[in-house]
Design a protein around this ligand. Structure first.
Ligand code: URP
Ligand code: ZN
Ligand code: ZN
Ligand code: ZN
Length: 517
């Protein structure tokens, strides 16, 4: 039988196993078979020799901001998704943002469909950011979007234009509980941050570094504890996004020990960068620290960074996402919105967020897999398998097994593999130091410039098609090949049907009976 693609000599890595010497047979964009010595049973239009390199499920980056109105100098679907595939990611989930004045989600979702349709290099889905959860939105529109394959929402506890009150959050939680949607939460205490920000402004302490001072760990710790309590009260699974604090992670860990379905995510920058990067890097540019303004902020204490690594290894973090939320640095509507013509610096006017969709997988491979800190299986679990399962893609993405989408990232054979197999011709990668010009986003910097890499995705394959071939053409995929992902419900966790006392919200009441003031 002739098939479209065979990957030979693969060291297949899944969330559970590492299997050397495998052949993967691909037909019609799906995995047809995985096993040893399949090459004699099939001929193929294209054969890729993985030379014992790791072959993993393509990355699923479940936290990516593209073409957002609040970041006019950021990436759109074209530039963001080409960057994704060049870093081993085959699926992203981006955000369709409801603004407060939007009474209905319909124009919002239509708008994001038109921003993305035909413009994506990788497969993509949407989370809905809810900022105005009216009864119509919760009871009539969310059920419609679940049927359309949009099965997750993100809520904010901070940022004035986005944040919800606790009562509103509970109303949303009851709706998402009834619908089996996944609820993501940005957990920081808004009033603490505003209160500190006002006082720093009075003291004229507004250089980029003070961004970190204005959003201390305790603001994340308090909001994390509070959102866990709200999730326990409403008996729903949640995912707390972009965690950065050791204490906040311990709240998650404690909740998990109590068997609450609390999930958490951390991001590359919280593993590697400290608040020191908010200070000027060159004497001639006192504002360069603004490049590293994101929320929660980079932390001062290395204990927090260590705790993020620990949380990946011990399972506190379900997912490892980029939170790609970029703005150009050298642009008056980008990071330099915080710099006035007289050189005055205002961290609180700088758009928040970092680029990172392309570097997400390579930085964790470098600091985690190659150092032995993170097993290859754990790497696959947090970068692909868990986000696929949590967000309703678990039947098609995130695994290497017959019937799954043929989405792969193939790494160069590592030095150890080359040594074990003694293959002279093995294509080990030449180490290199990252420069921004090597990346495929439309942003003028990367927080990981200057980092040395000993591996990088050699091939990225989406539904059987090579979209990234580092040694032969680089970006070889086509814009528009990426498809909208109609997602199902989470297969990772669901409500427990346990309530904190005899009070039970009545499930048959769909509309909130009390409008929240
Ligand atoms: O600083 C960040 N992370 N900005 C992006 C928006 C968000 O809160 O995820
Ligand atoms: Zn609008
Ligand atoms: Zn956020
Ligand atoms: Zn984000």
């Amino acid at each position: 039988m002739n098939v479209e693609l065979i990957i030979q000599n693969a060291t297949v890595v899944t969330a559970s196993d590492v299997h050397p010497r495998q052949d993967i047979v691909v037909q019609d964009g799906k995995i047809l078979a995985v096993g040893q010595n399949l090459g004699s049973l099939f001929s193929a239009t294209r054969v890729i020799d993985a030379q014992d390199g790791f072959v993993m499920p393509g990355g699923v980056d479940s936290h990516v901001h593209l073409d957002q109105d609040n970041s006019t100098t950021g990436d759109n679907f074209e530039t963001g998704t080409r960057s994704a595939v060049a870093g081993g990611t085959t699926s992203i989930i981006a955000f369709a943002t409801q603004e407060r004045h939007h009474q209905s989600l319909h124009p919002v979702v239509e708008d994001y469909h038109s921003r993305s349709a035909g413009k994506s290099y990788c497969d993509y889905g949407f989370h809905i950011i809810l900022t105005n959860p009216t009864p119509t939105v919760l009871c009539d529109e969310l059920p419609f979007y679940v049927s359309e394959g949009i099965t997750s929402v993100k809520l904010y506890m901070t940022y004035d234009p986005l944040k919800l009150k606790d009562g509103e959050i509970l109303d949303v939680m009851m709706a998402t509980r009834n619908l089996g949607m996944t609820t993501m939460v940005h957990a920081e205490n808004s009033d603490m941050i505003s209160w500190i920000t006002a006082r720093l402004a009075e003291q004229k302490l507004t250089a980029p570094y003070y961004h970190a001072i204005s959003r201390p760990q305790i603001a994340e710790d308090e909001a994390t504890y509070r959102i866990i309590a709200l999730a326990e009260l409403s008996d729903i699974p949640i995912l707390i996004v972009h965690m950065s604090s050791k204490t906040a992670a311990s709240h998650v860990r404690n909740a998990q020990t109590r068997l609450l379905p609390i999930h958490a995510e951390t991001c590359p920058h919280y593993l590697y960068l400290t608040a020191d990067s908010l200070r000027p890097s060159h004497p001639e540019d006192g504002f360069s620290g603004a490049k590293h303004i994101c929320s929660p902020p980079l932390r001062e204490d290395r204990m927090d960074l260590e705790a993020m690594w620990t949380g990946i290894v011990n399972g506190t973090f379900t997912t490892f996402s980029s939170d790609h939320a970029p703005s150009k640095y050298d642009h008056p509507c980008g990071k330099k919105a915080g710099l006035d013509s007289s050189g005055g610096m205002r961290y609180d006017k700088v758009p928040n967020g970092l680029p990172g969709v392309e570097t997400r997988m390579p930085v964790l491979f470098e600091g985690g897999v190659l150092t032995g800190k993170v097993t290859p299986q754990k790497f696959v679990e947090v970068t692909s398998t868990n986000p696929a399962k949590l967000y309703g893609l678990g039947e098609t993405k995130g695994a290497i097994a017959a019937g799954y989408d043929a989405d792969f990232v193939i790494w160069y054979p590592t030095a150890q593999q080359a040594a074990v197999h003694g293959e002279a011709g093995t294509a080990k990668m030449e180490p290199f130091v990252l420069e921004n010009s090597m990346l495929h986003h439309d942003i003028d910097y990367s927080p990981f410039e200057g980092m040395e890499f000993h591996n990088w995705p050699r091939y990225t394959i989406l539904r059987g098609k090579v979209v990234w071939d580092r040694d032969n053409g680089g970006l070889v995929g086509e814009m528009g090949f990426g498809q909208f992902l109609r997602r199902g419900k989470s297969t990772l966790s669901k409500p427990r049907n346990k309530w904190v006392n005899e009070f039970q919200p009545m499930p048959e009441i769909k509309r909130p009976s009390v409008a929240y003031p």
